[in-house]
Design a protein around this ligand. Structure first.
Ligand SMILES: Nc1nc2c(c(=O)[nH]1)N[C@H]1C(S)=C(S)[C@@H](COP(=O)(O)OP(=O)(O)OC[C@H]3O[C@@H](n4cnc5c(=O)[nH]c(N)nc54)[C@H](O)[C@@H]3O)O[C@H]1N2
Ligand SMILES: Nc1nc2c(c(=O)[nH]1)N[C@H]1C(S)=C(S)[C@@H](COP(=O)(O)OP(=O)(O)OC[C@H]3O[C@@H](n4cnc5c(=O)[nH]c(N)nc54)[C@H](O)[C@@H]3O)O[C@H]1N2
Ligand code: SF4
Ligand SMILES: [Mo]
Length: 755
């Protein structure tokens, strides 16, 4: 919806910068430039909340270093020139199919970065590119992020996308490990104004406990903060499980398998052992278990600090084990499953991993992907199936992946590379061709992924707020044309590649739903919008849900009366389609989360699996570590409010001040090690020299460095002036969380010396 006032108009849209999905109200001038950004007070979910990143969206949008058209690199001189779309796709068509033709599909790798989770193009058109490449050399930021949660959810609930989120607005007790939503605004827990929701929890008399090796802003807001030794959360949670059994505090309310096995596994982790590994006193471990059991409702939530650690999957599993054992899984105030409004993939078979392995290290496939921690191996190690060409979409793995100095060298050794990205950066500088998406305001927005992890059911669609210019392509079109080019195909005259693929998808979906004759009823300005219309109509709240074959799980059905449904939600069930969202541009509140078990379970047993064999196997690895000597100093990461992984460092109002790449260190360690000013930090993988920032808010023996920095050679002027160092030079790509293959960024042993 747009209002016109003189030369200025307002446009509403969802912020695409983080998982909080805040509604924004933009003011645009007559040239479609953003002149101001405010929080949308009429958005029923975000209610006007905005953070400094959303507020500076106009600066990002107007960045003079943003790429406005395709770029081609001359390898001989390493120089870039602007090119037309036809020329750029022509170069790709001439080169990539040659590589896959000569060396097989696996020789072309694909890396998908984080913003794909925030764009319509990432959700709807990346799958097309994956199919066109037909490669198993598929990597993404997921294995540097949340893959442990997906594996544990897949094994426990049968579907890796069935992720339980804390019911923030109703819980009486929140135990949070390894997350700092006051800086990050939350993750795998879509909750605009997360800070406000935490304050409300305390105001209504709830208790909030944070476990983190740093006393973060989130920890300072909590009732209690516990320092924990990095990488040891699995022990802590096992100590809680142990106590729940030992003191007969369990209260299981869902159907489960594996109770005896989990009890037996926890027997090896008494609070005294846990205290030694974690640094959390044995009495505290016991008290946490008692408090969780005694609370009227409680939720355990653990995020990136615990995922990107050596026992990430075991930790994520134990989070939900505690939620089950305390009677809090799938109940209001506990950990619940959101109902995304758009039709998702309905899995018919239970989840499993390791259907194939990576070529060099034999690491198991997970969700069709291989760990990004082995991407450099796959490029650098000679032999059949070696990756010789890469496509990257919305990613900067040279800064974000572990052991990134090796990955930087590996990208430099490729025969050909294409990147779809807004910027010439540390990764895309290795490309032969860069294909940029248009500006944020020229793209439509619907959160296909994130609304499945929201703390309330909610839907909002933002059409593009500004039209494309004559020489601009939507990111959907870029990906559709790229998919053709990598297959060596030319677009057919008179046929728009995007429309062609959309019609195939629409026809297939209608056919499966038994509604093949309803094509003409779909509404939307283009086929992308018509696909959204179809997904909304067939989704759980959709107009067609009741009519379709095997409809998506209906939100109302099986809902115990009064247990979470409310009037708002019932009003919308059976009604959603694109037009309804267009008529409600501030978004639609679909109500608080409702119990959804057992319907969403996809396990073979149709029960919650408390002790999957894959995870019990990894417990042996954890047990074997119980006696290891603890390293003297370890590295962890941190996020900064005015930053976004590697790519908002060129937005001038955001950099500087607290948003700098410094090493947080306890003054006790500085004195003990005789450090001063700067230090050399050395790990098994590499070394950096970095400025120290002394703070009592970090545990002695732990240092923290934010990731995404290291822009000294950047083509982006502001970022280059605030370069910082690349934390992932220190992280070690030879180490992964075994069940998920996830990268290990926290608990990295380091040695500090004077610079
Ligand atoms: N040491 C350490 N490393 C980490 C982490 C950590 O905590 N510590 N965190 C990890 C996590 S959680 C993540 S998610 C990863 C992120 O890893 P990546 O996704 O590889 O890195 P980003 O910095 O998010 O890079 C995003 C890229 O997308 C581009 N971009 C932005 N918007 C768009 C768009 O709309 N379309 C396209 N095509 N491109 C766009 C940007 O210019 C940038 O190049 O980093 C991981 N790395
Ligand atoms: N401002 C901002 N917001 C962001 C991002 C950003 O870069 N900047 N990135 C986005 C992305 S991609 C993601 S995935 C989310 C992540 O969102 P969060 O999960 O909230 O991530 P962080 O803010 O890094 O908080 C992780 C915390 O874990 C702690 N930690 C480190 N190691 C351990 C450990 O072993 N155990 C425990 N218990 N804690 C540990 C760290 O000290 C840190 O405080 O944030 C998103 N939002
Ligand atoms: S919290 Fe996230 S979604 Fe909200 S304005 Fe900030 S960056 Fe955008
Ligand atoms: Mo992430």
């Amino acid at each position: 919806m747009t209002h016109v006032t003189d030369s200025h108009r307002t446009a509403l849209r969802t912020c695409p910068l983080c998982e909080a999905v805040c509604g924004l109200e933009l003011t645009l001038d007559s040239a479609d430039r953003i002149v101001s950004v405010r929080g949308d007070h009429a958005d029923p979910f975000s209610k006007g909340f905005i953070c400094p990143k959303g507020a500076t969206l106009g600066h990002l949008d107007a960045d003079p270093d943003r790429l406005t058209g395709p770029m081609i690199r001359d390898r001989a001189t390493d120089t870039w020139r602007a090119a037309s779309w036809d020329e750029a796709f022509g170069v790709i068509r001439g080169r990539l199919p040659q590589v896959s033709g000569a060396f097989g599909n696996q020789s072309v790798g694909l890396y998908l970065g984080n913003p794909n989770a925030h764009t319509v193009a990432g959700a709807l058109y990346v799958p097309l590119l994956i199919r066109a490449l037909g490669t198993r050399s598929l990597f993404s930021a997921s294995t540097a992020d949340q893959m442990p949660k997906q594996v544990s959810s897949g094994l426990m609930f049968g579907d890796p996308l069935t992720v339980a989120v804390p019911d923030l607005d109703r819980t009486d007790y929140l135990l949070m490990l390894g997350a700092n939503p006051l800086e990050s605004n939350g993750s795998l827990c879509t909750a605009p104004d997360f800070p406000g929701r935490l304050k409300a929890l305390r105001q209504r008399g709830g208790r909030f406990v944070v476990v983190d090796p740093r006393r973060t802003r989130t920890a300072k807001l909590a009732d209690e903060h516990l320092f924990v030794r990095p990488g040891s959360d699995a022990y802590l949670l096992f100590g809680i499980v142990h106590t729940l059994f030992a003191e007969a505090l369990t209260d299981i309310r869902v159907e489960v398998n594996g109770l005896d096995e989990i009890r037996a596994a926890a027997a090896d982790f008494p609070p005294e052992l846990v205290a030694e590994r974690t640094g959390v006193a044995a009495e505290t471990v016991v008290r946490l278990a008692r408090e969780l059991a005694a609370a009227r409702t409680a939720a355990v939530y653990a995020r990136i600090g615990t995922c990107t650690a050596e026992f990430g999957t075991v930790t994520q599993w134990l989070v939900d084990v505690v939620n089950v054992l305390t009677g809090n899984l799938d109940t209001p105030g506990g950990a619940m499953f959101a109902t995304g409004a758009a039709l998702g993939i309905v899995r018919s078979r239970p989840f499993r991993t390791g259907r194939w392995g990576s070529r060099v290290r034999g690491l198991p496939e997970v969700m069709g992907e291989l760990p990004v921690a082995t991407l450099a191996d796959e490029i650098l190690t000679p032999g059949e199936g070696r990756i010789r060409a890469m496509v990257t979409v919305a990613g900067n793995p040279v800064l974000s992946a572990p052991g990134s100095a090796r990955l930087d060298a590996a990208f430099g050794a490729l025969e050909f590379m294409v990147s779809v990205d807004r910027y010439l950066n540390e990764t895309t500088r290795h490309a032969d061709v860069i294909l940029p998406p248009p500006r944020v305001v020229q793209s439509p927005h619907y959160d296909f992924a994130l609304l499945n992890f929201a703390v309330r059911d909610y839907a909002r669609y933002s059409p593009p707020a500004a039209p494309l210019g004559e020489h601009e392509l939507s990111e959907a079109e870029v990906l559709a044309r790229l998919a053709l080019a990598v297959s060596g195909q030319e677009p057919q005259p008179g046929l728009d590649p995007l429309t062609v693929v959309d019609e195939i998808v629409i026809a297939g979906t209608l056919h499966k739903a038994g509604m093949a004759d309803r094509r003409a009823e779909l509404r939307g300005a283009n086929t992308t919008e018509q696909r959204l219309d179809l997904m909304l109509r067939l989704g759980p709240f959709g107009e067609w849900a009741a009519e379709a074959n095997a409809p998506a799980v209906h939100p109302g059905s099986g809902d115990p009366a009064g247990a979470g449904g409310d009037a708002a939600a019932e009003d919308w069930a059976g009604r959603l389609n694109l037009q309804v969202l267009l008529d409600n541009p501030h978004g639609i509140d679909l109500g608080p989360l409702r119990p959804r078990l057992p319907r969403v379970l996809r396990t073979a047993s149709r029960k919650v699996e408390l002790a999957p064999t894959e995870l019990l196997a990894d417990v042996a690895r954890l047990r074997a570590r119980s006696g290891d000597r603890q390293p003297e100093m370890v590295l962890v990461g941190r996020r900064q409010l005015r930053s976004n992984n590697s790519w908002l460092h060129n937005v001038r109002p955001l950099v500087g001040g607290s948003n700098r790449c410094t090493l947080h260190i306890n003054p006790e360690d500085v004195a003990r090690l005789g450090l001063n000013g700067q230090a050399v930090v050395k790990s098994a993988a590499g070394a950096v020299t970095v400025e120290l920032e002394l703070t009592e808010d970090i545990m002695p023996g732990v240092v923290s460095l934010p990731h995404g920095w290291g822009h000294e050679d950047s083509a982006q002027a502001v970022a280059r002036a605030h370069a910082g160092v690349n934390a992932n030079v220190l992280t070690d790509d030879s180490l992964v969380d075994v069940p998920s293959g996830n990268a290990v960024f926290n608990g990295v042993p380091v040695i500090l010396t004077r610079a």
